[in-house]
Design a protein around this ligand. Structure first.
Ligand SMILES: Cc1cc2nc3c(=O)[nH]c(=O)nc-3n(C[C@H](O)[C@H](O)[C@H](O)COP(=O)(O)OP(=O)(O)OC[C@H]3O[C@@H](n4cnc5c(N)ncnc54)[C@H](O)[C@@H]3O)c2cc1C
Length: 279
């Protein structure tokens, strides 16, 4: 059983007790229904805050330390975990000195706008919870809107974080989460996400095998020749033409897209995974 009560005034700052909950229930229903043995009691508000900077020198913020918002849509955990996944591999490369410290600034640049959007969208949902006539009318209007396929698809992709596109340039797939394609390789069938289990970057060559040379990064980047038949399905966008090669970061985002030419590949490798190793 889960009970959610709204307090009229923001006067409590301490942890809530069973007695507080019992009194709140009695105030509304005239009884606390014999409430006992709670497993968890918590107090939260619609507080909406974000740190101005996610990085200051050696101090980095992620998760609720970087952003808090009302729990509408259950987005906080995903947001925080994605912060950590975005930051983890960058931090490792800077610590190992394969990348310059400036790589850490891309963490704020990429993740701050994502949380800012969640904060805006969860704030916008607060009136939907209020039960006066005007807000009820607003809630009904939103329900109508979300009964339509296109708005529902967009909101679902937004709330799940699957529509995120980091600003890495023009292109359907660039800056987006790599789809989990079923590939065929010389060693048999393979799912893209299994390649990411080692948390190492992957260059996926879907064109003629052996067409891409990344030997100066071979110690850091896995090069996989594979075949994929068909178009790609991306959240919200739907089917998009399949590129001939993609560079996938350890957090699963596409850092470079090839179209029968390696143009820009070495720049992307240097930007994300450090300068080439001398032969
Ligand atoms: C009512 C409610 C419902 C929610 N529902 C959902 C949901 O359905 N889905 C969802 O995704 N999210 C939900 N969230 C949000 C989610 O709980 C948070 O976004 C998530 O737990 C944040 O994780 P975190 O690791 O960043 O921070 P926290 O979970 O707050 O972890 C921080 C940890 O650091 C510890 N700590 C603090 N200070 C120190 C210190 N000085 N030294 C050592 N340790 C310290 C704390 O004790 C704590 O364990 C909900 C939140 C609320 C309030």
């Amino acid at each position: 059983m889960r009970v959610l009560v709204t307090e009229r005034h923001l006067e409590h700052t301490s942890e809530p007790t069973l007695r507080d909950l019992s009194e709140a229930l009695i105030a509304v229903y005239g009884t606390d229904y014999g409430l006992h043995s709670p497993t968890w009691i918590s107090r939260f508000t619609d507080m909406t805050r974000q740190a101005a900077a996610y990085r200051d020198g050696r101090v980095l913020l992620a998760g609720d330390a970087a952003h808090v918002h009302p729990p509408e849509g259950g987005q906080g955990l995903n947001l925080g975990v994605q912060d950590a996944v975005n930051l983890g591999w960058k931090l490792a490369q800077v610590v190992k000195r394969t990348s310059p410290e400036s790589l850490l600034d891309t963490y704020h640049a990429e993740r701050h706008p994502v949380a800012a959007r969640v904060l805006r969208k969860t704030m916008a949902q607060i009136p939907l919870r209020r039960r006066d006539d005007r807000n009820k009318a607003l809630a009904e209007t939103m329900s109508e809107l979300l009964s339509m396929d296109e708005p529902r698809k967009r909101f679902a992709a937004m709330m799940s974080g699957l529509d995120i596109q980091y600003d890495l340039g023009e292109g359907h797939a660039l800056g987006r989460r790599m789809p989990d394609l079923d590939l065929v390789t010389a060693d048999g069938p393979l799912r893209v996400f299994t390649l990411l289990h080692d948390a190492r970057p992957v260059l996926l060559n879907l064109d003629e095998p052996g067409g891409l040379d990344i030997s100066p990064w071979a110690d850091r980047v896995q090069l996989i020749d594979a075949e994929y038949v068909g178009t790609w399905e991306l959240p919200v966008l739907g089917a998009v033409p399949a590129p001939t090669a993609v560079l996938i970061r350890p957090d699963g985002y596409v850092a470079w897209v090839g179209d029968r030419t390696p143009l820009g590949l070495h720049d992307a490798l240097t930007t994300w995974f450090g300068p080439p190793t001398a032969a």
